[in-house]
Design a protein around this ligand. Structure first.
Ligand SMILES: Cc1cc2nc3c(=O)[nH]c(=O)nc-3n(C[C@H](O)[C@H](O)[C@H](O)COP(=O)(O)O)c2cc1C
Length: 221
């Protein structure tokens, strides 16, 4: 018998794993992060093969793990975990510092970050396991790390609730440059607060990337 629900009782933390490709950053929300050895200190990560970050790590052979605090907002987890860098640049509007590997270390809502150079790669079916030797590790703040159990109990239901708010929270895409307006994030740099539906944005607003007006946006399915 294989009762897959039993696997939900395994325990993890929650992280943002980032990598870099020719100066471009990308990253994703991850729970499958673990220390595999002490000497040399080595971290393992599992990445789904069709994630953009998978291609970045496979090519650059470096990655960074930013450790989420238990105070991290649900929207941050959605931002990195429920959309792909293939659709939009997820690294804009994030607070970060650049590590010695060139990876972004996320500095807001995190406790610290660890950078690694890949030393081994294993095929695991849908995912690839990358083992990375630690080349830097830095604490940003005290506090408690977010666990996957907390995510399942509090954050996942909150994200579902936001999704249920329905059409008012629909995303729109700029047909000129492919920028996606996400009402949950708004466009704070242009004075549009998070939570503002596309329809409520003033007509004077322009695409933050290519500067065309609202009429150039289409509803995303
Ligand atoms: C809570 C949570 C945990 C996740 N853990 C992993 C993980 O360990 N490995 C993985 O490949 N994807 C994981 N994902 C899914 C990726 O974050 C998601 O597919 C992301 O959109 C990939 O982004 P990218 O295509 O820009 O790399 C997780 C998502 C969430 C919400």
């Amino acid at each position: 018998m294989i009762n897959l629900a039993t696997l939900n009782k395994l325990t993890y933390g929650l992280y943002i794993v980032t990598s870099v490709d020719q100066g471009r950053c990308n990253g994703f929300t991850a729970d499958a992060v673990f220390q595999v050895s002490a000497n040399p200190p080595t971290i393992g990560i599992c990445i789904k093969k069709d994630n953009l970050t998978h291609d970045f790590v496979a090519k650059a052979q470096v990655f960074a793990v930013s450790i989420l605090a238990d105070t991290a907002p649900a929207e941050l987890i959605r931002h990195w975990g429920l959309k792909s860098g293939r659709q939009e640049d997820k690294c804009v509007n994030t607070e970060y510092k650049t590590g010695i590997t060139g990876c972004h270390l996320i500095t807001k809502d995190t406790l610290g970050a660890i950078e690694c150079r890949v030393v081994n790669v294993f095929d695991a079916g849908s995912h690839t396991i990358f083992l990375g030797e630690v080349v830097s590790a830095e604490s940003f703040s005290d506090g408690e790390p977010l666990t996957y159990a907390q995510y399942r109990k509090k954050i996942k239901p909150a994200l579902k609730q936001t999704d249920k708010k329905g059409d008012a929270m629909k995303k729109y895409r700029c047909v000129v440059c492919d920028y996606i307006y996400d009402p949950a994030l708004g466009d704070p740099d242009s004075g549009i607060a998070p939570g503002t539906p596309f329809e409520k944005i003033p007509d004077t607003w322009v695409c933050p990337i290519c500067q065309v007006d609202k009429s150039n946006f289409e509803l995303l399915d």
